[in-house]
Design a protein around this ligand. Sequence first.
Ligand SMILES: *[C@@H]1O[C@H](CO)[C@@H](O)[C@H](O)[C@H]1NC(C)=O
Ligand SMILES: *[C@@H]1O[C@H](CO)[C@@H](O)[C@H](O)[C@H]1NC(C)=O
Ligand SMILES: *[C@@H]1O[C@H](CO)[C@@H](O)[C@H](O)[C@H]1NC(C)=O
Ligand SMILES: *[C@@H]1O[C@H](CO)[C@@H](O)[C@H](O)[C@H]1NC(C)=O
Length: 247
Amino acid sequence: MISTALLALLPLVGAKTLSVDFSTYDSSNMTVSEFLASKGLMINTYDVDTGGDPYTHTYEEANVGISGGYLTLKVTGGTKSGSTVPSACIQTNDSNILHGTFKTTAIASDVAGVCHGFYTYESDSQESDIEILTSHLYSGNDAVNPGLQLTNQAINGNSSDNTRKAIAYPSDPTSGEHEYKLQWSSGLTEFFFDGSMVASIDTNVPTAPSAFLWNSWSGGNPNWTEGPPTEDAILRISKIELDYETS
Ligand SMILES: *[C@@H]1O[C@H](CO)[C@@H](O)[C@H](O)[C@H]1NC(C)=O
Ligand SMILES: *[C@@H]1O[C@H](CO)[C@@H](O)[C@H](O)[C@H]1NC(C)=O
Ligand SMILES: *[C@@H]1O[C@H](CO)[C@@H](O)[C@H](O)[C@H]1NC(C)=O
Ligand SMILES: *[C@@H]1O[C@H](CO)[C@@H](O)[C@H](O)[C@H]1NC(C)=O
């Protein structure tokens, strides 16, 4: 016999919540890596060569910290030509996420030349992104429209066919905490800033089980991040709240 309480839970099978308030971190108790692991998150450490960018970047554990109540994702300033840009990236342990709501409360860096990303990722053709380009908050160029960058990468793998929108910032992303939410459902990606929907995209919606990632990096490409930054650029995340289904 199945109890009423259990029946009430049945529709939630496969549903997960991952919520982290970074002010709860106690450095006397555990390392940042251990804290993240206890929450179901891991620090990525690998090299990224996008192919088209003047600089490669490297995700380094040393560039991920928790300080003053914030998860800090740092791009180290002053990278010389020919070197890799020290960058930062974390992700969910789960890489079988299929649909969900992903909220990040953060303060963007006011240092030019980096990209902060909050995104679902399975491969370069299965990816939905919220991105903040610190060089293109309010000014663009031939390749980049200014504003909050919202993208579904092309399912066919041809980046020329990516679905992109750039939305004027409702308020300054560098001057205080704002909540960025990506809502991924079957056939539709919706994007929210401080609780208000700012865009939706119904093409190139990912269909593959994915992880969710947060990163900060620079490729030194005037067509996207600009940079690399001349001083340290730090993304500060106070909390994340994810509700998702796993496949
Ligand atoms: C470490 O943190 C855990 C979880 O908050 C807590 O239960 C434990 O008492 C802490 N240990 C020490 C030595 O502070
Ligand atoms: C996340 O993965 C790490 C590394 O494999 C593991 O130590 C940790 O227990 C996992 N966290 C959860 C909540 O499953
Ligand atoms: C990529 O898409 C663009 C624009 O749709 C098209 O002109 C180009 O031929 C495509 N490239 C490949 C390799 O299919
Ligand atoms: C930037 O875009 C322009 C025009 O598409 C292209 O000619 C140039 O090679 C690009 N620069 C880099 C560094 O990718």
